[in-house]
Write a protein that binds this ligand. Structure first.
Ligand code: BG6
Length: 498
């Protein structure tokens, strides 16, 4: 039986400002952490670079999305290092060409993020940077020209560097106000051009990442690290809730979503201890954020999580009211893989970003160690819809792979087509089972810089970009086989996936 998707289902793709735009120091844009972060590989980390208090250059492995530099050091761009996000794939200058190609695929939605540092270069400036506002206006107008609905992430791992350097980033409560001001500015500015907004990309990474430290860094996260992570999250929850309230004030038609890094957790064995550990992993890494942002309050198990790690949250007057008033309209998430949870010793580990843990013998793994599991997507959709009962969007899903350009100049990426076909079929099954899924934006529509490794060779796009890991290439765009496949899928509203 052919897949059946709702008539107005939104099909498209997704990118993030810092991974696509480049033009890192043009038209008044301020710096963000990726601008001081080098490229890495799947086996070696990216480094955040700095000048220490004695004027000596240095670098620190960037864990997750933030390298913590020594006391008294200043983030710095150093000579003799390559920073892939500086140029990225030059979306800043080529967006018209790119959006035209997206339109050719038949997109009805395009997910992108607004760089905070293009609008407020230091994060806390009095007035916004007009050139930044103009840039996104022009991008949105270009989308509208082709009837493409922009889906806008307000924050995608790119807090202005000044706020990281001089305020301590999201550990500082002041960021709530700065973020709210940024959000209000863009809600006012793009009224009538944008309808869908996501407050924080993969907000749950902050805590989920700590679970992975033992594998990545060889040590368990400390209670202090959990204290910092939970406090940062609290500030982001309040900032998100304030933004939702501001959005509704400015335009009641605005639709706001949370954005969760969706990883389906399975118990590795039927040992009851593994079943319980898996349920607790869902609570800690997935439900904690969704529950606050969709239901508007901390869940019962939050007390247990804080107690386990000796966390004392600084919750100020008015915060809980804000959380209750600022609930999101929809639940959106990225989905790349599933993971196994176990209390037993694991010998055969897998090495992807968040798929670390035991190897699942029923699944295959990408070159970067990410488990391909379309059934896990169906499972996630059904579980999450049942819990929240609000519209869902899959706003990232894709396969990072090394593409080879054929002699005919084209990438024949049947592996990527297979990956997406299986996930589209999984979405169709969940919809058939009653899930209110309203959009699918693949990651990415076009090759961009990898967030985790900073590589170009880890490609996700349906459009090939001639650019390598050293920054060499013409930046020319060429549709891959997956481009033509996706065009057919969209034209048939998901029915023709062959
Ligand atoms: C998600 C992020 O974690 O996964 C994206 O929202 C990221 O920014 C994507 O690019 C894929 O991860 P990576 O590390 O392969 O680029």
């Amino acid at each position: 039986m052919a897949n059946k998707f709702p008539d107005n289902f939104l099909w498209g793709g997704a990118i993030a400002a810092n991974q696509a735009e480049g033009a890192y120091n043009e038209d008044g844009r301020g710096l963000v952490q990726t601008d001081v972060t080098t490229g890495g590989t799947k086996n070696s980390p990216r480094y955040t670079t700095y000048i220490d208090k004695d004027g000596k250059p240095g670098k620190v492995a960037s864990m997750g999305h933030a390298g913590v530099i020594p006391e008294g050091a200043t983030f710095a761009v150093l000579e003799d290092h390559y920073y892939p996000n500086h140029k990225a794939v030059d979306f800043y200058h080529r967006y018209k060409e790119d959006i035209k190609l997206f339109a050719e695929m038949g997109y009805s939605v395009f997910r992108l993020s607004i760089s905070w540092a293009r609008i407020f270069p230091n994060g806390n400036d009095e007035t916004p940077n007009q050139a930044g506002l103009d840039f996104y206006r022009s991008v949105f107008e270009e989308c509208r020209k082709y009837n493409i609905e922009p889906l806008v992430s307000i924050w995608h791992f790119d807090t202005p560097l000044n706020l990281e350097q001089n305020y301590g980033g999201w550990s500082n409560r002041k960021l709530i106000d700065y973020y709210e001001k940024f959000a209000r500015t863009i809600f006012n500015e793009y009224k009538g051009l944008v309808k869908y907004w996501l407050t924080f990309n993969e907000i749950n990474n902050t805590v989920m990442f700590l679970d992975m430290l033992s594998v990545i860094a060889g040590h368990e996260a400390t209670d202090e690290e959990y204290q910092v992570a939970y406090q940062q999250l609290h500030h982001q929850f309040v900032a998100s809730a304030r933004a939702v309230q501001a959005a509704k004030e400015i335009d009641p038609n605005y639709q706001l979503g949370c954005m969760i890094c969706g990883i389906t957790n399975y118990p590795a064995t039927c040992d009851p201890a593994d079943i319980l550990a898996t349920e607790h992993a869902w609570e800690r890494n997935l439900f904690y954020c969704g529950d606050v942002q969709v239901k508007g309050k901390y869940p019962t198990y939050a007390k247990r999580l804080w107690k386990e790690r000796n966390v004392t949250l600084d919750i100020q007057e008015g915060d809980l009211e804000d959380l209750a008033k600022g609930t999101v309209d929809m639940y959106t998430f990225s989905y790349y893989m599933s993971a196994l949870v176990t209390t037993h010793k694991v010998d055969d580990k897998v090495g992807g970003n968040f798929s670390m843990g035991a190897r699942n013998e029923y699944l295959t793994y990408s070159e970067w160690g990410w488990a391909e599991d379309p059934t896990g997507l169906q499972y996630f959709l059904e579980k999450i819809y049942d819990r929240y009962q609000v519209p869902l969007m899959v706003v990232e899903n894709g396969l990072g792979a090394q593409d080879v350009v054929g002699e005919d100049g084209v990438v024949h990426d049947d592996y990527r087509i297979n990956y997406h076909r299986n996930h589209v079929n999984a979405m169709a099954k969940a919809i058939d089972n009653g899930v209110d899924l309203i959009a699918y934006t693949t990651w990415g529509c076009i090759d961009i810089v990898s967030a985790g490794t900073g590589e170009m060779r880890k490609r996700y796009g349906f459009i090939y970009v001639d650019m390598d890991d050293e920054g060499k290439g013409t930046l020319e765009r060429t549709p891959k086989d997956s481009f033509h496949w996706y065009k057919k899928v969209i034209a048939s509203n998901g029915a023709d996936v062959d």
